[in-house]
Design a protein around this ligand. Structure first.
Ligand code: SF4
Ligand code: SF4
Length: 135
């Protein structure tokens, strides 16, 4: 994937919002990849967690917002524990999700869930799902 580097992207409002919401030093990451190597959700993700923070560092927030990875992060904190720079990637993922949800966009809509699944899935799982994926 080609990305366009620019001063404008680095100073963008969206990037500043990710920094503020996550309260993380985005530049601390030096791309060692230990977060991605230990992530239990990585097989389902479309890009690695370390790629997400790289995009954020470079101001490519719109690209990060389009990835499935930010929604599949389970906030398990494994990456934070493994990170030699103490970056809390789960908080960055959460900040990115917040940017989408604040636009009143549902990542999962109740109508997307089949009636069979609604009957079979535990209610607690559905509630957790809607807390995470809907505004
Ligand atoms: S483990 Fe930390 S420093 Fe290494 S790539 Fe992940 S966020 Fe960056
Ligand atoms: S917090 Fe998210 S990105 Fe980090 S290891 Fe867990 S699932 Fe992967």
């Amino acid at each position: 994937m080609r990305i366009q580097l620019s001063r404008q992207a680095l100073l963008s409002e969206l990037r500043a919002q990710v920094k503020d919401l996550s309260e993380q030093n985005l530049l601390a990451c030096y791309q060692c990849g230990k977060c991605s190597a230990g992530c239990p959700s990585i097989e389902a993700m479309d890009v690695m967690p370390s790629q997400i923070i790289r995009w954020v560092q470079l101001g490519q927030i719109e690209t990060a917002l389009k990835s499935k990875t930010i929604w599949l992060c389970a906030s398990c904190q494994t990456c934070k524990v493994r990170c030699p720079r103490s970056v809390d990637l789960a908080r960055i993922m959460e900040a990115l999700r917040q940017l989408v949800l604040r636009e009143n966009v549902n990542y999962v809509h109740p109508n997307m869930i089949s009636s069979e699944d609604l009957e079979e899935l535990p209610q607690i799982a559905l509630i957790a799902n809607f807390r995470k994926f809907t505004p």
